[in-house]
Design a protein around this ligand. Structure first.
Ligand SMILES: Nc1nc2c(c(=O)[nH]1)N[C@H]1C(S)=C(S)[C@@H](COP(=O)(O)O)O[C@H]1N2
Ligand SMILES: [Mo]
Length: 177
């Protein structure tokens, strides 16, 4: 277990260094404020090797995926195309601190996504883990070809009929055991 954590820490450090060299900021988090009045910083923390605070710029340097989703939202049924890094890739930067000594450790973890208005939605880690459902949940930075209206990422959960888990104005992602 120790070895795995150390390796994950190195990997996270290397990627964070790469992202920082790319001209964006990704570093150890301060305590996130749920009010979220801190620009467009996205805090990633909880059961991770390396807490992160990712600027919008840092997010745009990560490999990007595209998904088109149809969901029931405030304006009825709507379809949008989003691009951004995968949620699991963002957490790969932080290094999920799973414990191989605990039976089924990954399936007891959840991700809580919080918007700047305090709105929250929860996913099971297994929804995005490729060994389980492996869904391409995005930390979207564009909607229909343009940057999101508030300049903050949006969680996009393909397959959801209701729009409730597409957390807008994302400020915090937390992995919990
Ligand atoms: N931050 C935040 N995200 C949110 C909400 C919210 O109140 N705050 N509402 C959710 C709900 S219930 C729905 S249906 C969709 C609506 O998305 P839309 O505003 O793009 O139609 O956003 C979701 N994401
Ligand atoms: Mo909703």
């Amino acid at each position: 277990m120790r070895l795995i954590r150390i390796r994950a820490a190195w990997l996270a450090a290397a990627v964070v260094a790469a992202v920082t060299l790319g001209g964006a900021t990704a570093s150890v988090a301060e305590t996130p404020t749920e009010s979220g009045k801190r620009g467009t910083t996205l805090y990633v923390d909880g059961a991770v090797v390396q807490r992160l605070r990712l600027t919008a710029g840092a997010l745009t340097t990560l490999p990007r995926q595209t998904v088109t989703v149809t969901f029931r939202g405030s304006a009825g049924l709507q379809t949008h195309t989003y691009t951004g890094p995968l949620l699991r890739d963002v957490f790969a930067l932080a290094g999920p601190a799973f414990d191989p000594a605990v039976r089924g450790d990954r399936v007891r973890h959840t991700v809580t996504a919080t918007g700047g208005d305090g709105y929250r939605a929860v996913l099971a880690w297994a929804e995005v883990d490729p060994d389980f459902e492996g869904k391409d949940v995005l930390v979207a930075v564009t909607e229909d070809g343009r940057a999101t209206a508030d300049g903050r990422p949006r969680l996009v959960v393909p397959g959801d009929v209701e729009g409730s888990r597409h957390v807008a104005g994302l400020v915090h992602l937390r992995l919990s055991r």
